[in-house]
Design a binder for this molecule. Structure first.
Ligand code: WQD
Length: 380
């Protein structure tokens, strides 16, 4: 089977988005459709809702009757289901993959390591094996700044040492970076991009799609949003004695639409349309481009804003967005938390031609519009 290429017009290119009904996935599907790609979403809906894809169609003007409606197809299946994957690759002429599907709750991963390694690592192995059979060897992987662990210094560059992850969720990200890199070492036809996300928050400006965590949110922003909309009484601030300006944890929050656009830029890089392809860190490897100019190798990029914001910064920004006081109480530190991390973003800017556009106030304003118009997420 000849290896598929991304070096062709997006309108002639079909991208498989695993986990595409989820928070980051659905926003990325919007940007892919806006860029002209054809999209197949594979999602087991274990932590997402198919309604998000109906909203994506609404945002992109893909009504059911529209001749373009088939530009977005949905397959409900797990990445562990080899038969379903085989059927999907046989039915759809997939050219490349953006791989989000995976369990992602840090605390839950400590309680359920077997489920996390089985689903996240085992599922990715099944996906890569079936993809390879169909000549699909271009994959963008949803990695995370968590692979850096507690950084030696900030801002964190792609050159930074990857410290031991403090939980199975983080371990699966580190392992999968290694596994996907080794696919290229074993077969130079592979084309891999590892995107290390910092803290994705916010929502599409339409308010139609956004973050819809099941149960009590683990992450700060959806928790704050649920306090603002009256579903939770107050925010627990996990520690105010960190060595940071106001004592609370500092993170690099990035608008989910900026993050989504980073994935479209990664496809352009893999197609050879942007960047020099030079490896500039110990984890990237770039080989000879293919005859059509598309890249072969492993590209590693931080996707962040380069700005650190504290927990209190986020709470106050959200107060400005919603026009209400957000009650909070300082609690003990959360096990496994680090004091501070934010990204160095030069590599994505120079190689991908991408940089984040939106600031914390815009992130909170968009998040509030989503939360206030969808107080129960997609359930309503
Ligand atoms: C942010 C800050 C907390 C909740 C994790 C994963 C990362 C990515 C995003 C999944 C910290 C503080 C939080 C709360 C609080 N993965 N906080 N009260 O831990 O930086 O990153 O989620 O998508 O890979 O590691 O994100 O939002 O949980 O915490 O004070 O109720 O907010 O201590 O300083 P984190 P977070």
């Amino acid at each position: 089977m000849q290896t598929k290429t991304l070096a062709k017009p997006p309108a002639e290119t079909t991208i498989l988005v695993t986990g595409g009904a989820g928070f980051i996935g659905s926003h990325t599907v919007v940007e892919l459709l806006n860029a002209g790609y054809r999209v197949v979403v594979l999602d087991d809906l274990s932590n997402s809702n198919e309604e998000s894809l109906n909203r994506v169609r609404q945002i992109c003007g893909l009504s059911a009757e529209d001749s373009e409606a088939d530009r977005l197809q949905f397959v409900e299946a797990s990445i562990l289901d080899e038969t379903a994957l085989e059927r999907m690759f046989a039915q759809h002429d997939i050219d490349g993959i953006i791989h989000f599907a995976g369990f992602k709750a840090v605390g839950e991963s400590v309680e359920k390591p077997l489920e996390y390694y089985w689903n996240n690592v085992g599922g990715t192995l099944v996906l890569a094996d079936v993809a390879r059979r169909h000549g699909v060897k271009s994959i963008v992987f949803s990695s995370s700044a968590t692979v850096y662990g507690d950084p030696d210094e900030v801002p964190i560059t792609e050159m930074a040492e990857k410290h031991e992850a403090t939980n199975p969720y983080g371990q699966t990200k580190s392992m999968l970076e290694r596994i996907l890199s080794d696919l290229y070492v074993g077969d130079p036809e592979w084309n891999v991009v590892l995107l290390r996300y910092f803290n994705p928050i916010g929502a599409h400006e339409s308010g139609l799609i956004g973050e819809d965590p099941k149960g009590i949110p683990n992450n700060l922003l959806p928790y704050v949003a649920q306090v603002a909309v009256g579903k939770l009484p107050e925010v627990g601030v996990f520690g105010d004695d960190y060595p940071t300006p106001d004592g609370t944890g500092v993170r690099d929050y990035i608008h989910v639409v900026d993050l989504a656009r980073g994935h479209v830029a990664a496809l352009d890089w893999m197609a050879g349309r942007v960047g020099t392809g030079e490896a500039s860190d110990p984890y990237s490897m770039t080989g000879e481009p293919a005859a059509d100019g598309s890249r072969r190798g492993v590209g590693v990029f931080n996707l962040g804003t380069g700005c650190g914001s504290s927990v209190l910064d986020v709470i106050h920004a959200f107060e400005r967005a919603c026009g209400k006081t957000i009650p909070y109480a300082v609690k003990p530190r959360r096990a496994g938390d680090i004091a501070e991390n934010y990204a160095a973003c030069d590599k994505a800017r120079t190689e991908l031609g991408w940089e984040a556009q939106f600031d914390l106030d815009r992130m909170c304003a968009d998040s509030w519009r989503w939360q206030s118009t969808n107080p129960n997420g997609y359930a309503s």
